[in-house]
Design a protein around this ligand. Structure first.
Ligand code: PEP
Length: 255
């Protein structure tokens, strides 16, 4: 049985001082039964230490939004997996479409980053998803399949099984357009079937597959009630404690 997971991606929003307050408000707003859902937030790197202070006594985990593929060295501006571990991170988001689009990340860089993150004991949240153009050209399965195989090929089965996948159709990110629950479920099922060909059915059944793309308090429950949607990666709506907590509760109601 997979435990639902709701993770906030704060992108390049929130200074360390603002992040400390948002994290505190999220932690304070959690109720007893919210524990049925695993909750995490991924602030910008400079805010991680402040967020860690706010969350240390809470059940909320935290992570980075990216990670260098190299373990250490003369790589100005980069942050290593070991640094994230030292900050108490549990997760690292990898291959987000904004990184692919604006920072030229390819499937092979994402693969290297996965190796670095898994090697340090962090849990990767691997993002995959098609653009509108690709969907309209009926290339969604091909693109998502390529991203998954490119990122995961050659990794040991147990490492893949403990990873989290986020299916995020690019056309739904920050646009207010959401995949319908049926559309999202169809892709999640396909992703799980592909994972089964790589690591076997038991391994694939263990992998949590999150949906991301304009998830809001009003649409979260319908999405999360689908059998292969195990929670969400939340951008815009994770920047307001009340909205994020409402989404966490939508995850509880489908448990
Ligand atoms: C994201 O950035 O991962 C995301 C899903 O953003 P939004 O919820 O704002 O669409």
């Amino acid at each position: 049985m997979r435990r639902s997971f709701v993770c906030g991606n704060w992108k390049m929003y929130k200074t360390p001082s603002e992040a400390r307050v948002l994290a505190r408000d999220i932690a304070r707003g959690l109720r007893g039964d919210d524990g049925r859902v695993e909750v995490a937030v991924c602030p910008p790197f400079p805010a991680i230490a402040a967020v860690a202070e706010s969350l240390r006594e809470s059940p909320v985990a935290w992570g980075g939004q990216n990670c260098a593929p190299q373990l250490e060295g003369a790589y100005t501006g980069e942050t290593s997996a070991a640094m994230l571990v030292d900050l108490g991170c549990t997760y690292a988001i990898l291959g987000h479409s904004e990184r692919r689009q604006f920072f030229a990340e390819t499937d092979s860089t994402v693969h290297e980053k996965l190796e670095a993150v898994l090697g340090c004991g962090l849990t990767p949240i691997l993002c995959v998803g098609e653009t509108l153009e690709e969907r309209e050209a009926d290339r969604t399965s091909e693109v998502v399949g390529r991203q998954l195989r490119g990122a995961l090929a050659g990794l040991p089965g147990p490492e893949i099984a403990r990873s989290v996948i986020a299916y995020e159709p690019v056309w739904a990110i920050g646009t207010g357009r959401t995949a319908t629950p049926d559309m999202a479920e169809a892709m999640h099922r396909e992703i799980r079937e592909l994972l089964a060909t790589m690591i076997g059915e038991d391994g694939a059944e263990a992998v949590r597959i999150l949906y991301g793309g304009s998830v809001k308090p009003g649409n979260a429950a319908d999405l999360f009630s689908q059998p292969n949607i195990d929670g969400g990666l939340i951008g815009g709506a994770s920047l307001t404690a009340s909205d994020f907590l409402a989404i966490v509760r939508a995850g509880c109601s489908t448990e």
